[in-house]
Design a protein around this ligand. Structure first.
Ligand SMILES: C[S@@+](CC[C@H](N)C(=O)[O-])C[C@H]1O[C@@H](n2cnc3c(N)ncnc32)[C@H](O)[C@@H]1O
Length: 248
């Protein structure tokens, strides 16, 4: 796996904004919801839990999680100030007294040991060049008996509709780009093993798809990819989910 770690040891994760910048991020990540992207974790959450969302981006999933665990508190952290700004703007007109966003790096979480009842992370681990270090941090801040949900894609599972080989190739290109930046396009399958290695117990893995199967969604994804690379594609994406992980 190609990684920029040796060249830039201080930058252990990739900046995931697409070249088209903030519009693309908001347009795409902003569509995500806790009901869909955190569905696997929801049965383990209940009101009153304190939850940490690691790499929250613009916070659309975080917001839903805050509603679910209220009056428990939710902190969304991200290392990218631009992402947090978008989260703040999204939250500006909404009343979420139990939700806050903080600039922080997953590798050095600014929380004391055993701070949270639950942690969540979506579409982040594939971008980390040292995912084990991030898992150790999550383990550290999780209370004994706490629950962890991590969801990440595994590019092998992508289903692409359309016979044009260019559409297959474009996704291979996106995978290579991810790995060039120090990430892992096949993170989904590795999560369970890494969780075990990090010391979590009661680990369960599952798989689910984010589908872009309506005309509007296909259009959305095509436009998104057109900003990312000069090709239009339609596809459904596969994800591996790992939940719940209970700290012993
Ligand atoms: C693909 S986005 C996902 C955002 C959000 N979780 C979602 O699914 O909508 C990945 C996010 O992880 C953040 N990120 C990457 N490495 C990080 C790190 N080491 N610490 C904190 N955040 C990180 C990026 O800044 C980005 O906002």
């Amino acid at each position: 796996m190609a990684t920029s770690t040796t060249e830039q040891p201080e930058d252990r994760s990739q900046h995931v904004n697409t070249p088209a910048g903030e519009d693309v991020t908001l347009r795409h990540y902003g569509r995500r919801t806790s009901d869909k992207q955190a569905a696997f974790l929801l049965p383990y959450l209940h009101p009153g839990m304190d939850l940490l969302d690691c790499g929250c981006g613009p916070g659309s999933i975080t917001e839903g999680l805050a509603r679910l665990v209220s009056p428990g508190s939710v902190v969304g952290i991200d290392r990218d100030p631009q992402q947090l700004e978008k989260a703040q703007v999204r939250m500006a007109n909404q009343d979420h007294a139990n939700l806050r966003f903080e600039l922080a790096d997953l590798y050095e979480l600014p929380f004391t040991d055993n701070s949270f009842d639950a942690t969540f992370s979506h579409a982040v681990f594939m971008h980390l060049s040292d995912p084990m270090a991030a898992l150790r941090e999550i383990y550290r801040v999780l209370k004994p008996g706490g629950v962890v949900g991590i969801r990440n894609p595994d590019f092998t599972g992508y289903l692409i509709a359309g016979a044009d080989p260019a559409m297959e190739n474009v996704w291979k290109l996106v995978g290579r780009l991810t790995e060039q930046r120090g990430g892992n396009a096949y993170m989904g399958r590795r999560l369970r093993g890494m969780m075990q290695q990090a010391g979590f117990v009661n680990i369960g893995a599952s798989a689910s798809y984010d589908s872009f199967g309506t005309e509007e969604a296909t259009q959305h994804w095509g436009n998104l990819m057109a900003d990312y690379i000069p090709l239009k594609i339609t596809f459904g994406s596969s994800w591996t989910t790992v939940s719940p992980h209970v700290k012993s």
